[in-house]
Ligand binder design. Structure first.
Ligand SMILES: [Zn+2]
Ligand SMILES: [Zn+2]
Length: 449
């Protein structure tokens, strides 16, 4: 595709429904929302009939595992951002548990560059809190913050920063540049060899239990540390009703804590483990139905700030094995909006304005990047969704490299019709565009920071 054609591309989304329910035409040109209103002229523009379709600000995922460098058999930056685009995401925060670990300016800049070349979504690297995720010594947080990747979120996710002194130092350190520590809250001693939620069911199934207190105690400790040093804490993947209580208490006390929940913890519960199908093996584990309901309520009342996927791709051999040997994790980018739709919108707990907040605006704000906006002049990071659609979710919808989705075979509501990243389409008519096409448009746009 020539540069001339690319820059001339104008698209008019006609009659889209905005999250607040109003209808509007949206003109996408030169990478931005060039017009937003009713009765916009379609001159020189390709018209997309968006009647009945919901137009959302591009989704932002604060918690994605892209696996590159080091685990390219499971996912790459390219394949993971393709999965993101398929799910309506325009920005993903890439977790640091790669190989080498993203604990230096060099590695985070490498991940940033890979994202810029691929073009499917903005990749914002997360830096490790400790060197090699080993929990012994702080990584070069300042150097990563000052690098071209401009890291603001730091996490040893996959592991908990369990040493309270290191956690305190990390919280203190990131204050200088407005950073945040995203904690995988899990006491390692209380969860040694744990395989599923601890309770009556784990006893029946003969699997080592994962007590809720292992999560809740770390959240309480970290909230108090954040208060003590006057810093910001972000709690990854809340999974229990008790965790909700702790975060609610911390917020009421005025502590700067934010929290996320995954789509799978909003929809699925521990009963799925009964068949020992490793697709349902995840960290933190699927919990009781009453936990699921408490998480939904907490998302609705603002105790939980955002939905983040914890997209965790694994090659087939890591999942197609007995439960105890299987890897923890699920892919989630492609299904996230539909799962949130099923878990909380259809239940009447959140409306689409709320969904735009918890899946786009708030994650961007917590992560320290510009939030996508539906206004004239804003970068055109957009997601067009058909809320009236419904389909059986199958492997054909998985645009990343791995197939470990817990939703295969399930009927899910809605469908992503189109995704625009900085004005360039990455999904059109429900189909993810080819790598060459997306990369060429991105190169023509001359993106780069
Ligand atoms: Zn985690
Ligand atoms: Zn994770």
């Amino acid at each position: 595709m020539s540069e001339r054609t690319t820059t001339a591309e104008r698209r008019l989304l006609r009659g889209a429904r905005l999250p607040d329910g109003t209808a509007a035409d949206v003109l996408v040109a030169d990478g931005v929302i060039a017009g937003l209103g009713t009765g916009l002229s379609a001159a020189d523009a390709t018209v997309i009939d968006a009647e009945g379709l919901l137009l959302m600000p591009g989704l932002v995922d604060l918690h994605t595992h892209l696996r590159e460098p080091g685990f390219e058999q499971s996912e790459t930056v390219l394949s993971g951002t393709r999965a993101a685009a398929a799910g309506g995401y325009t920005t993903v925060f890439a977790m640091a548990n790669t190989s080498p670990v993203a604990d230096t300016a060099g590695v985070v800049e490498q991940v940033l560059r890979l994202g810029e070349t691929a073009g499917y979504a903005t990749v914002q690297p997360i830096g490790a809190v400790t060197v090699g995720l080993e929990g012994r010594q702080l990584a070069e947080l300042g150097a990563m913050a000052a690098s071209r990747a401009r890291v603001r979120v730091f996490s040893d996710d996959g592991r908990c920063v369990s040493d309270p002194l290191l956690m305190r130092r990390a919280l203190e350190y990131v204050k200088a540049f407005g950073g945040v520590i995203a904690q995988h809250s899990q006491d390692p001693r209380l969860t040694e060899d744990a395989q599923m939620n601890e309770g009556a069911l784990s006893g029946e199934l003969g699997l080592a239990g994962w007590p809720a207190v292992a999560e809740e105690s770390i959240i309480a400790r970290d909230a108090l540390l954040a208060e003590h040093v006057g810093s910001r804490l972000h709690v990854c993947h809340l999974s229990t009703a008790g965790s909700v209580d702790v975060v609610r208490w911390a917020k009421a006390r005025g502590i700067a804590v934010t929290a996320e929940v995954t789509p799978h913890h909003l929809l699925l519960d521990e009963e799925l483990v009964v068949g020992y199908d490793a697709r349902y093996k995840v960290n933190p584990p699927l919990r009781r139905r009453e936990d699921v309901l408490a998480l939904r309520e907490a998302l609705a009342d603002g105790t939980i700030d955002i939905v983040a996927t914890d997209h965790a791709p694994h090659a087939a051999e890591a999942k197609d094995c007995e439960w105890a040997a299987a890897a923890f994790g699920m892919v989630g980018l492609e299904s996230a909006l539909s799962v949130v739709h099923a878990a909380v919108v259809e239940q009447g707990l959140l409306d689409w304005t709320d969904v735009a907040r918890v899946m786009s605006v708030a994650p961007a704000r917590i992560g320290g990047v510009a939030a996508p906006e539906l206004r004239e002049g804003a970068p055109a990071d957009l997601t067009l969704y058909d809320p009236a659609a419904s389909r059986v979710f199958d492997t054909g919808e998985l645009a990343g490299k791995s197939r470990n989705s817990p939703y295969l075979g399930m009927t899910l509501p809605g469908r992503i019709v189109a995704t625009f990243h900085a004005g360039c389409p990455t999904v059109l008519d429900g189909e993810v565009l080819a790598e060459e096409e997306v990369a060429a448009r991105t190169a023509a746009r001359g993106e780069g920071r």
